[in-house]
Design a protein around this ligand. Structure first.
Ligand SMILES: [Zn+2]
Ligand SMILES: [Zn+2]
Length: 155
């Protein structure tokens, strides 16, 4: 059996292809450009810098609470199915025992409604990494930090 449960959840992007993010350090929201998988323009990174406060965090630290809710909600269904499959597998190997999948068995995690992404914030392009544009609240555009290298710039 494969122990890994893969869950793919598509998060909504705004009309320009930006994904909303929340900084784990300053708790403020911004957006980064969501490159397609395999996009040669995407900068390889092991951490990102918050464009608003300049503090870096790991790649998976930027979820907004609404996105986490969406991911966990979708994960619920996938985990549910994986547990059912696993139990069916276990019982298959036992002689004299039959396991009937019971559709009422559920981990009972609700799937939230899809998120709606609004077209707010202003787009800025770091001069050092113009292929990694950002969107920040208008009042924060005076001083922004590059997502990739953390260099400060003004929009
Ligand atoms: Zn921050
Ligand atoms: Zn940069």
């Amino acid at each position: 059996m494969d122990d890994e449960i893969r869950i793919s959840v598509s998060l909504p992007l705004d009309d320009d292809g930006f994904l909303r993010r929340e900084c784990p350090t300053c708790d403020r929201e911004f957006k980064w450009f969501s490159h397609d998988e395999g996009d040669p323009d995407a900068e390889p990174a092991t951490q990102y810098f918050c464009p608003l406060c300049g503090v870096s965090s790991g790649l998976d630290s930027w979820w907004t609470p609404a996105q986490l809710e969406l991911v966990y909600g979708n994960a619920g269904g996938a985990i549910d199915q994986a547990v059912k499959d696993m139990m069916a597998d276990m019982f298959k190997g036992m002689k004299g025992l039959t396991y009937k999948p019971n559709s009422s068995f559920s981990l009972d995690i609700e799937t939230p409604d899809a998120l709606i992404e609004s077209d707010d914030m202003v787009m800025v392009e770091p001069p050092c990494h113009p292929n990694e544009p950002l969107k920040v609240p208008a009042e924060s555009a005076e001083r922004i930090y590059c997502l990739i290298c953390g260099s400060a710039f003004a929009a």
